[in-house]
Design a protein around this ligand. Structure first.
Ligand SMILES: Nc1ncnc2c1ncn2[C@@H]1O[C@H](COP(=O)(O)OP(=O)(O)OP(=O)(O)O)[C@@H](O)[C@H]1O
Length: 654
């Protein structure tokens, strides 16, 4: 089947199959075949869910190509749909047509934008709900005339667009919609069909706008692969699963390839199948049969299959598991730590696991699991990473108004939104850009009369910013990291580890932006990965260890919340099951599902475990928790649980 897909030359193809059925492999084979047939690699676009998936795809493509075509694997455009949309919008023609800059706001930058929207006087809760309504409309590619011009949401959209336009910024959800509009327009004719072939993996994860944009980018062929049970739930994403399901129904002459079975350890595949057969899942996408994948002979002594291990407390679990892991990995001849992944439920667990593994002597990366730029900008001493990022942004691009907006907002209860709105009005009245307005205000020696209310505050911020830029504009590498105050800050660790030492501010900013917006693994076979389930999309591992595999983590507590409705609970449970099923299926040989039975109540509450009951133990209030509901859902496909201490003594580790 894979050879047939690789050779398929028609315009439209859809590949469907269970988790691990070889969908990605089919796209890799198609891509390699195109290159071998002489297609220019630059004219092939591979669209995937995130940078981890892009990295994994490129690795597989390298392996699939003969040595004399190695360079081609680097030249194929492999990226997420958002990046493809930004590329479309980042041309003079698109800027002219849209009147917009495709400078995408990061989460922290978005928060400043949100503060600015509050100046409309709308209640924060109402504001948030209107914004998510608008974002849904944009992601779903709904006609803008129908968003209710003249309504509160319509007015908010107009105001938000004005703010973003002046700032030269764009929301992540806007870019695919604007790119699709542009590609459809006369002005976008040259950009339409920019790639001869567009291959999309996990097509169910893209929003309607993203799917539309990707289809418009294809000239000769579009091939989509997917599975509705693998739709990934991530905050801010709006997957359009119908776009995959109906791909062949709404178009003519689509060749559909249905892959049978799955590749991987039979116990792992059986577990995935058991979860894929539950209510709320699409039963047409189970594998049924599994073909085992050959194990590297160096790892022949390692156990295979699915293990369920029970510990007493989270501390016991982490201590015991790291010992077990150390033992398993060191029993290999040529150990490749990067072939093993520890899956965590939340940021706190990611940080804990990362710290403990480091203490045990492992090289570890928790890229993507340890969170983005945290902290409260209203107090710069509590948002050091964000301040450092903003300073770096100012050095990298001293005219970036997104950076100036953040810079002007630190250490003020309302992030100086009122003053910033005044600046916007001033710029429009004077018919100058926002940068020119800030420059003018900053350099003016106005006396008692400010050009707008609190202009003086912005002028002071401008002068401090300019002083910082002048003083540090020539710095590079580690000196630069020190100057922006990024030394020793965990959010900059990944960049520090990857640095050569002579990077310019522009280069460092690009690296840090990738870390916070769409991270990837550092290319080192001896680094152990710590990941969330969602970030496993498009990747695979020899061994996966799920830690804290309890109710409240897998699935999250909202799946049980008594205050929500049955419908809402089921929706959360189904989404969590899809993530769990797709994630754990990525274990090629060994899957360890590890859980604890009790935790201190305070930790349990703070990290949202699903507490069964509370009991007192040595004067402490302990929360009793349950293993993940997915283990019981899996029925016979779930393994018998073994005690952690018994396991350790079996290996002589305690
Ligand atoms: N025809 C094949 N023969 C042998 N092994 C294969 C074949 N096709 C795929 N594989 C292997 O099976 C595993 C699963 O393949 P792949 O990742 O392509 O599946 P998928 O359907 O995309 O999975 P996912 O559920 O992760 O999206 C990979 O390790 C791949 O190398």
């Amino acid at each position: 089947m894979i050879d047939t897909i690789a050779a398929f030359d028609g315009r439209l193809a859809k590949i469907e199959g269970a988790a691990r059925s070889g969908k990605t492999q089919a796209l890799v084979a198609r891509c390699a075949k195109l290159i071998e047939n002489g297609e220019a690699p630059e004219s092939i676009l591979v669209a995937v869910t995130n940078a981890f998936a892009a990295q994994a795809f490129r690795k597989r493509l390298r392996r699939a190509l003969p040595a004399n075509k190695a360079a081609a694997a680097e030249a194929v455009r492999i990226c997420c749909a958002l990046d493809a949309a930004v590329e479309v919008l980042d041309t003079p023609a698109a800027r002219e047509a849209t009147g917009r800059e495709p400078r995408i706001l990061s989460e922290a930058e978005y928060n400043f934008f949100l503060e600015d929207l509050k100046t409309t006087g709308e209640q924060p809760r109402k504001l948030r709900s209107m914004l998510s309504f608008l974002e849904r409309k944009m992601a779903n590619y709904e006609s803008r005339e129908e968003w209710g011009a003249g309504t509160a949401a319509g007015n908010l959209h107009a105001f938000a667009t004005r703010v973003l336009k002046l700032r030269g910024a764009m929301l992540p959800v806007e870019a695919p919609m604007l790119a699709a509009d542009f590609l459809k327009s006369d002005a976008g004719e040259a950009a339409r069909g920019r790639f001869s072939h567009v291959l999309c993996d996990d097509f169910q994860n893209f929003s309607h706008s993203e799917q539309t944009c990707l289809c418009l980018l294809a000239d000769k062929q579009i091939m989509v692969a997917g599975n509705p049970n693998q739709m990934m739930s991530k905050r801010g994403n709006h997957p359009y699963v119908e776009g995959f399901l109906k791909f062949d129904a709404v178009r003519r002459d689509v060749e559909v390839f249905h892959l049978e079975g799955a590749f991987g350890n039979p116990q792992v595949i059986a577990l995935a199948d058991a979860l894929g057969s539950q209510d709320g899942m699409d039963g047409a996408y189970v594998a049924g049969t599994a073909a085992d994948i050959e194990r590297d002979p160096a790892a022949a002594a390692l156990p295979v299959g699915v293990q369920s291990i029970k510990w007493n407390t989270p501390e016991d679990e982490l201590n015991g598991l790291t010992k077990y892991l150390r033992h398993l990995l060191s029993s290999q001849e040529d150990v490749r730590e990067a072939h093993t992944c520890i899956v965590v439920a939340n940021r706190r667990w990611a940080v804990m696991v990362e710290r403990l593994l480091r203490r045990r002597g492992f090289n570890v990366s928790a890229a993507g699991a340890a969170g983005t730029l945290a902290g409260d900008p209203r107090d710069s001493s509590r948002s050091r990473a964000l301040v450092a990022y903003t300073k770096l942004n100012l050095l990298a691009n001293p005219r970036d108004m997104v950076a100036w907006r953040s810079w002007c907002g630190f250490d003020n209860a309302l992030t100086n939104s009122d003053a910033w709105m005044g600046l916007q009005d001033f710029a429009e009245a004077e018919n100058i850009t926002l940068y020119q307005a800030l420059e003018q205000v900053g350099n003016a020696g106005f006396g008692a009369k400010e050009p707008f209310l609190r202009a003086r505050t912005l002028a002071e911020k401008w002068r401090a910013g300019q002083e910082f830029i002048t003083k540090n504009s020539t710095r590079r590498g580690f000196g630069l990291m020190k100057a922006i105050g990024a030394e020793g800050i965990s959010e900059f660790e990944a960049v520090a580890a990857d640095m050569m030492g002579d990077e310019t501010a522009a280069r460092l900013f690009e690296m840090e932006r990738a870390v916070i917006m769409d991270p990837a693994w550092i290319d080192d076979p001896h680094v152990l990965h710590v990941s969330t389930l969602q970030n496993l999309c498009g990747t695979e591992y020899d061994n996966i260890f799920v830690v804290g595999c309890i109710d409240g983590f897998f699935p999250i507590r909202n799946a049980f919340e008594v205050i929500s409705t049955d419908g809402e609970r089921n929706r959360v449970m189904d989404a969590e099951r899809r993530d769990f099923m797709s994630g754990v299926a990525k274990a090629k040989h060994l899957l360890v599902l590890s859980h604890f039975s009790k935790s201190e109540l305070e930790l349990a509450e703070r990290t949202k475990m699903q507490v069964v009951r509370v009991k007192s133990e040595n004067g402490k209030r302990m929360a009793i928790v349950r293993p993940s509901a997915f283990l019981s859902e899996a029925g016979d496909a779930a393994p018998t649980t073994i005690g952690g201490q018994a396991l350790l003594s079996e290996y002589g580790l305690n």
